[in-house]
Design a protein around this ligand. Sequence first.
Ligand SMILES: [Zn+2]
Length: 505
Amino acid sequence: MAGYYLMYLRKSRADAEKEKYGKYETLAVHEEQLTKLARLEHLRVAEVYRELVSGETIEARTEFKKVMERIADEDCEGVIVHAIDRLGRGDPVEYGWILSCFRFTHTLIVTPGRTYDPDNASDLQQLKLQMFVSNIEFDHIRERLTGGSYASAERGNYLGSKPPYGYDKVAGKSAIVPNSREAPVVRRIFSMAADGANKGEIARSLNDSGILTRHGKLWCSSRIGTIISNPVYKGYVRYGYRRQRVVSREGMTFVKQTKVSRDGEYVLTKGVHEPLVSEREWRRAQGAFEAVPVQRDRTMKNPLSGLIVCGDCGRALVRQVVKNRYGSKYERLHHAYNSECRCRSADLGDIIDALCEALAQIAKDVELGVKCCGADPNELESLERAIEEEDRKLDKLLELYYAEAITVGEFKQRRDASEELSRRLRERHDDLAARAAEPAEIVTTTRGAIRLLADDSVSAEAKNSFLRRIIERIDYWREDRRGGRIRLVVHMRGMDPPQPPPTPS
Ligand SMILES: [Zn+2]
């Protein structure tokens, strides 16, 4: 039987803890997940080994011993496990033995995140590190648990920490049951929506009847909208629907927002809980309120969005449409109100003109060689050497730990420091390497940006994404008087920062 894989299942200490609090069948969940993975990767699984004892030593793990015997078979290509630490952790001698077995039998280790080839030096290094680290950091499991949570949601369990309005959470379990006071309110909301009432009308009707929200507040239309669009009421569960992600940059800081995932990016499946309305009624309620346009116009109107900031305080300048006294509208970029910083606003068109001028000057300077761009090859080389040095230090550190020359605490502290330094060196290196652009190319793209800015047929969004590729940030100043001059300092990507001009007084 040529080219087969083995699956090995074993719960971790953290899984065992979790099982105490609810009906979470670790092995079943993992088996389902790994079977899916095997199907996806076209790996033929010859046998599944389920370790029922949670012993730490190899001696206690009878199924694992069978796996280790079986991998000596030439046709056994690899072992599929939920995470590296399932193979073994604890004694360095034991996992040293495990790794050398995999290595000499040329057996792959397949996990949901990555496949490791112990014949490959960098994979082997990773494996060593992971087995070692999981031994001391078994509480650092959040990431690995997320996978299990998805699988659990796929089985119809409700995983949210708070129950949705209309339900109670069953203590210690991933389950919800209808709340006798709130469930009838949910049914009333759905039946009103299905009869064509809009969200505002429903909210008013509830408030008039003296029904308050769970937190004792009045109902508002957005709260009603959240309820009507939640599939939990027709008996479905959603997992991973809302996520934290970086949505934009405000000056120099990243703005994080909870965003709703797109279709296919989250789990939506029939739940094991009792629905409050039928699927038909749920759909009718959606239909009734989808007809009402709720989406505001969110297209980007400011080509300098996320790029231009106040040169004094770093606050973002935002676009505002203003009407003059004759009633015609024009666009201005203005500073946040209520701040001590006295930064004057300006007409967007005037700012764009100033930007075009500044870009033209930059193109000219690069062309004449006044401005430097590109990376210094000496600095790149010394950075590469420093990165290698850090890698070597990390190896050395592992050796010291194996030899019991340092304690776990010392190891962790020194490893963290070394990794932090490595990360910073790599960042600087990548930043420099990205500068490898030719001056001629920079001149062309900079002049291209000027043409693009002048073209009214190009959308603000397209202008913005082009500018973001070449510009890192624009500092803005304006003389504090009527019609005062606008001064911009443009920080181009891949170029040394410009000298700021004297602040106009
Ligand atoms: Zn300011």
